[in-house]
Design a protein around this ligand. Structure first.
Ligand SMILES: Cc1cc2nc3c(=O)[nH]c(=O)nc-3n(C[C@H](O)[C@H](O)[C@H](O)COP(=O)(O)OP(=O)(O)OC[C@H]3O[C@@H](n4cnc5c(N)ncnc54)[C@H](O)[C@@H]3O)c2cc1C
Length: 400
């Protein structure tokens, strides 16, 4: 069979992971990424359960372990910095809020890029402008450069994928979880320590401070609110919005807001999930957040992206007919995705109470629950279903 060529849209997590496996199976991946460089923004992400097994099969587990954030666990604090509850990573066997493989998103993206760049054509600062599935090939026009043909196009360009829109129109349903979140890096202060400190302010607002392995601190500002389209604001408008919303929030918020203008990275989005009735159409398929983003609240986004890339590449290697490959991919992945997306709408309300009484209750019940080891109180934070899949063996191990 002639070498099959595959265009992958997006060099986040799912895209490079796909490139890795496709190359192992003798296909030729080409990656197009909209950003001018690899995007380093974001705080730590979790590689769990089946995701850990996938990176092990890629031979990348050691590289990841060498760059973990080494977070001790998470603690609930009040406006005076008093700790009301703390759960260590160890006490939950690395399966709770802080995963055993907790790594900065940018670091993971870099590891995956380094593992693939020699054998993969990467094109940054470009994107798909038009796409025609002719039945036996896909003709692709780019923003920059000439039109090209591929056997398949695999879309891994995230929650707000434009390429998905080009192919699937308005089939995607984005389920809003009623939360806006901003991630950015700030200088480390002596008060920052190895614990992720979670502070809730009245009005459904929160600040989480997490130290990383690069000598800096990652700030996460979140607030509850109905969908308003803030994610479409310019960076300046988003930062002004955060300054307004958090103006009187207390604790270490002023220090964090003061860094908004000089942070080296800034990422802001409405927290949501992607629900698609199907993950493929003709010679085009979706993977990762573009297909089934479960949201950061699930603790599963990176795991399902890594597992999805592994399964999609594996099924393409196993089936000569892409229709069968895409159907098998969906059959294997749907149950895991359904569980990953099962994030109760009550979650944000418990995590970010609106009233002072709600916050006091969160502290007291959280404190008692953590002392008694009743981790169910922390709901999905404590129990992501990362092992709920039997990983098929497609016969290729990078490490073998
Ligand atoms: C900058 C950034 C920061 C993040 N921070 C966090 C975090 O702190 N915590 C968390 O839980 N999750 C975070 N996420 C989401 C997390 O990475 C994903 O949920 C998960 O890892 C699945 O990854 P993915 O590869 O499917 O999508 P993503 O990681 O979102 O990667 C998608 C990639 O596609 C690129 N792209 C977008 N549009 C186009 C286009 N039209 N053409 C080509 N490329 C395009 C994007 O620039 C990005 O590199 C972040 C995502 C991004 C992009």
């Amino acid at each position: 069979m002639a070498e099959r060529t595959v265009l992958i849209c997006g060099a986040g997590i799912a895209g490079p992971a796909l490139a890795f496996w496709l190359k192992r199976y003798g296909l030729r991946p080409v990656v197009v990424e909209r950003a001018p460089d690899l995007r380093s923004a974001g705080q730590s992400v979790d590689v769990r359960g089946a995701g850990t097994e996938v990176v092990r099969r890629m031979g990348l587990e050691d590289a990841i372990r060498a760059r973990l954030t080494h977070e001790a666990g998470f603690a609930l604090v009040d406006s005076a910095g008093r700790e009301w509850a703390r759960i260590s990573t160890e006490s939950m066997g690395g399966k709770g809020f802080t995963a055993e493989l907790e790594i900065l998103r940018g670091e993971l993206a870099r590891i995956l890029h380094e593992a693939t760049r020699e054998e993969t054509e990467y094109h940054f600062d470009n994107r798909v402008a038009s796409l025609t599935d002719t039945g036996d090939r896909v003709r692709v026009g780019f923003l920059h450069g000439p039109e090209r043909e591929f056997d398949f196009v695999l879309i891994a360009d995230g929650l707000r994928s434009r390429t998905r829109e080009l192919v699937f129109g308005d089939e995607a349903r984005i389920r809003s979880l009623g939360v806006y979140t901003a991630y950015f890096t700030i200088p480390r202060e002596p008060s920052d320590n190895a614990w992720a400190r979670w502070y809730s302010a009245p009005g459904g607002r929160s600040l989480v401070l997490r130290t990383d392995n690069l000598g800096t601190t990652r700030a996460v500002l979140s607030f509850r609110g109905p969908p308003q389209g803030y994610e479409r604001f310019t960076a300046k408008e988003k930062k002004d919005l955060l300054r307004r919303v958090f103006a009187d929030a207390g604790w270490e918020v002023p220090r964090v807001l003061a860094r908004l203008d000089d942070t080296p990275d800034f990422y802001f989005d409405a927290v949501g999930q992607v629900h698609m009735p199907r993950w493929s159409k003709g010679r085009v398929a979706l993977v990762g957040d573009a297909a089934y983003c479960p949201s950061p609240l699930s603790g599963m986004g990176t795991t399902v992206a890594l597992v999805g890339a592994y399964v999609l590449a594996g099924e393409l290697s196993r089936h000569a007919d892409h229709t069968e490959a895409f159907a098998a991919y969906e059959r294997v992945m749907r149950p895991l995705v359904t569980l990953a997306q099962d994030v109760p709408s009550l979650g944000p309300k418990v995590a970010m109470p609106k009233t002072r009484i709600g916050i006091a209750l969160q502290h007291i019940v959280g404190g008692v629950a953590s002392r008694l080891g009743l981790f169910q109180f922390f709901g999905r934070f404590a129990t992501p279903p990362a092992d709920a899949i039997q990983l098929p063996d497609y016969g290729a191990r990078a490490s073998a």
